[in-house]
Design a binder for this molecule. Structure first.
Ligand SMILES: *[C@@H]1O[C@H](CO)[C@@H](O)[C@H](O)[C@H]1NC(C)=O
Ligand SMILES: *[C@@H]1O[C@H](CO)[C@@H](O)[C@H](O)[C@H]1NC(C)=O
Length: 339
């Protein structure tokens, strides 16, 4: 099945590139409920498959090119495990939540290591450290990554000794069930240069017919309504570890500076980076995830405005809008009846 998914996704990426934003013939909304899951034979899948086959003759070359552009090194260096992934948890002053989420992820199959990105002014208290470590030792290793400065860029700092190519980046208050996590990891393995995640967002042109390119941030509701997305947020997503290096050492310093100063939009910055690197959309995995904390920053007033400002600022810094929109989703079919 991963191979099938890969082919479909590549063809989709190629089709998206050829037709610009908005994706292929699955109209907005249609893909919402009857989403095409590779290997599941539904009318929507039939349509997609036919489209894919029709597109195959002309886009195979593009798909192959995409594949070759893929930034992923063929050999993963000594000691790297191609089988599992590392969970990188970003936390901020919620020690009880952190303990719960470390315990959860450390027990999931496929998790080789759990890294906690720590940016609080004081080092982790002994009690927390002990609790987290005790709970963590059942499977892989658990480690704190201590940062001196408090910046949202910390969550993307390269991690020394990371045992896997795959990184699952997650906030301390988000729980993805182990089976869903495993499914998303399989999807990522079929497209390791892509960002694969659970929280989709969209960028819209404020005035599609106007000559100025001003963007608006599309929240969950706009994705729900149109079935179209162009980002998956790093608060619950897989990506290749090389993007940590690209983000920290090669991305425009002005973007990192903006993120630190505005205390926002590190996730949009990562979406831009990967989109610019691959020229392809991310992959949204539709599945159940659970929030265990109280609501965070996204419930604050004016949040959408600030996010829109990030889109426009970053697009200006890049000199173009790298994000690519799509309607294709990967659906965890065992759970699709929830949607
Ligand atoms: C380990 O995690 C569980 C929750 O799964 C928690 O109740 C327990 O207190 C933790 N153990 C320690 C030593 O903190
Ligand atoms: C975007 O990608 C292109 C091609 O890989 C690269 O040359 C350029 O530096 C990237 N832009 C930014 C701002 O990173």
């Amino acid at each position: 099945m991963p191979r099938m998914t890969k082919l479909l996704l590549q063809l989709q990426a190629a089709a998206d590139r050829r037709h610009g934003h908005g994706g292929i013939g699955l109209g907005p909304g249609r893909g919402r409920r009857h989403t095409p899951a590779a290997g599941r034979f539904s009318p929507a899948c039939l349509a997609l498959c036919l489209l894919a086959v029709a597109a195959a003759a002309t886009t195979l070359a593009v798909a192959l090119t995409l594949d070759r552009q893929s930034p992923v090194p063929a050999a993963a260096g000594p000691g790297a495990s191609p089988r599992g992934f590392s969970v990188v948890i970003n936390t901020w002053r919620r020690h009880a939540l952190l303990q719960r989420s470390v315990a959860h992820y450390a027990a999931c199959a496929g998790v080789e290591a759990v890294h906690v990105v720590w940016s609080e002014p004081r080092p982790p208290p002994e009690r927390l450290r002990r609790g987290v470590l005790i709970n963590g030792t059942r499977r892989g290793t658990v480690r704190f990554e201590i940062n001196e400065a408090d910046s949202l860029n910390n969550r993307f700092r390269p991690i020394r000794g990371l045992p896997t190519d795959a990184v699952f980046s997650v906030d301390d208050d988000l729980i993805v069930p182990c089976s869903t996590l495993r499914f998303a990891f399989d999807v990522w393995q079929s497209a390791p240069s892509a960002m694969v995640g659970f929280v989709p967002r969209m960028h819209w042109l404020a005035d599609p017919r106007g000559s100025t390119k001003e963007y608006r941030y599309g929240s969950w509701w706009s994705v729900w309504w149109t079935g179209t997305y162009s980002m998956v947020l790093s608060k619950a997503s897989f990506f290749h570890r090389q993007y940590l290096d690209l983000y920290t050492n090669r991305m425009l310093p002005s973007i990192r500076k903006y993120v630190t100063e505005n205390r926002n939009c590190e996730d949009i910055a990562m979406s831009f980076l990967i989109a610019n690197h691959t020229g392809a959309p991310p992959i949204w995995v539709q599945g159940r995830i659970f929030e265990i904390g109280s609501s965070g920053i996204s419930s604050l007033k004016g949040h959408g405005l600030q996010r829109s400002r990030c889109l426009n600022t970053f697009a200006a810094m890049y000199g173009h809008m790298p994000l690519v929109a799509t309607t294709v989703k990967a659906v965890d079919s065992r759970r699709s009846w929830f949607w």
